[in-house]
Design a protein around this ligand. Structure first.
Ligand code: SAH
Length: 380
């Protein structure tokens, strides 16, 4: 496939009509519905005459952009993860998770990421390029197709895969509009997750569709957050909280803070108290997840008892907090992990070695982090 090949999901409805200019409009409708309502392959458009199907299949604008490199499944099929290769050879991931009553897909918005959060596998790999609208929508369409095959309906999309959605604003927002308008997903069921790009949050507040906003906070003071999330130096916590307040006031949508609990770094009672001080005035929900181990980061996730204690303290302080299931750990279904494993430098997570002490010394946590404890078991 040529490097500039685009996804069939890049085309607008008008673009498809133009492409099929010699066809009656009901044919255009059939193809469009096939792509968006049934999420089917062109060969499965059985309501379209065979010669037209053949023509559609040879039409470059109707190619698929994502080729599967690998598909893995865990939790007895409740979590499915794909590693895709795009036309130019870059790789991105998509994860589908079935829960009681809902099925959620986590999509990538960039190949790699420029935000350089040290604990994130994608951040460690660096930035390659922005995804186009069609490449994002195609991830959702393929997940919706997989969900249908499992007798489920895809209900939720979280923009929490590889990349920073607000650093690729226009294509991401076009994807949101397409998912809402054509795949029929309600804005309430779409969640954008950001590292905290203040101008992007403000821009989002002015959009027509009120999507949910998740902010990856991870630390509630600037000294620690600037270490964990370098962009905090540009948009410190005060400015970020003000933007969150404006978003909430403007959109009335649920705001959540993501908090990856890192052993002895951000899981102390003082961290919970500081976090409560930020979350409570904004009515923000806190999602806690024990840090997933990644090859380039020395510390591990908090042990279960400290995760529970952290949640209980937040609840006690009047903040809604839930512990996110660590879905798909066995298949590396955490941000960027599969791509990191399948990349040019294969990483044996089991033999991960701690970073030098110089890096550890950057943490301003009281007494510094503990010596990395043995990595949690990756068995299912
Ligand atoms: N750039 C966006 C979305 C992608 S990351 C953002 O920062 O929100 C999706 C979520 O996974 C973020 O909350 C991110 O901080 C978190 N994350 C990244 N690496 C992780 C790890 N090793 N363990 C747990 N959560 C991680």
């Amino acid at each position: 496939m040529a490097a500039e090949a685009r996804s069939r999901y890049e085309l607008s409805r008008a673009g498809l009509a133009e492409l099929l200019g010699d066809q009656p409009s009901y044919r255009v409708d059939q193809v469009w519905r096939g792509l968006y309502e049934r999420c089917c392959e062109l060969s499965e458009l059985t309501d379209v005459p065979r010669p037209l199907r053949a023509r559609l299949s040879s039409e470059p604008a109707l190619h698929r952009a994502l080729s599967p490199v690998s598909t893995s499944s865990s939790d007895a099929g409740a979590t499915v993860k794909w590693l895709w290769e795009l036309a130019d050879g870059v790789r991105v991931e998509t994860v589908l998770m079935h829960y009681p009553g809902r099925s959620t897909v986590c999509v990538s918005t960039q190949a790699g990421c420029a935000m350089a959060c040290g604990f994130c596998a994608t951040g460690q790999a660096g930035f390659t390029r922005n995804l186009r609208t069609g490449e994002i929508v195609e991830q959702v369409a393929l997940a919706a197709r997989e969900a249908r095959a499992a007798g489920r309906r895809l209900s939720n999309v979280v923009f929490m895969g590889m990349g920073e959605p607000l650093a690729n604003y226009e294509p991401v927002w076009s994807a949101v509009e397409r998912l809402h308008g054509e795949l029929g997903l309600s804005a309430r069921h779409l969640t954008l997750s950001t590292v905290g790009l203040v101008p992007g949050i403000d821009r989002l507040a002015g959009e027509r569709l009120p999507v949910n906003l998740a902010v990856s906070l991870h630390a509630a003071n600037d000294a620690l957050r600037s270490c964990l999330v370098p962009i905090n130096r540009r948009y410190p916590i005060g400015a970020l909280m003000e933007a969150c307040g404006r978003y909430r006031a403007e959109r009335g949508r649920r705001l959540s803070f993501e908090w990856a609990l890192i052993d002895a770094v951000n899981d102390r009672p003082s961290d919970a108290a500081e976090l409560a001080g930020l979350a409570r005035p904004l009515g923000a929900h806190v999602n806690l997840i024990p840090l997933n181990p990644t090859p380039g980061y020395p510390t591990v996730g908090s042990p279960r008892h400290r995760v529970v204690a952290f949640r209980d303290q937040l609840n006690h302080l009047g903040v809604n907090a839930t512990i996110r299931q660590n879905r798909g750990t066995a298949i590396d279904a955490a941000c960027g992990q599969l791509a990191a494993r399948a990349g040019s430098q294969p990483v044996a997570l089991a033999s991960r070695t701690p970073r030098p002490a110089a890096r550890l010394a950057q943490w301003p946590s009281a007494g510094g982090p503990t010596t990395p404890s043995p990595r949690p078991s990756r068995s299912p």
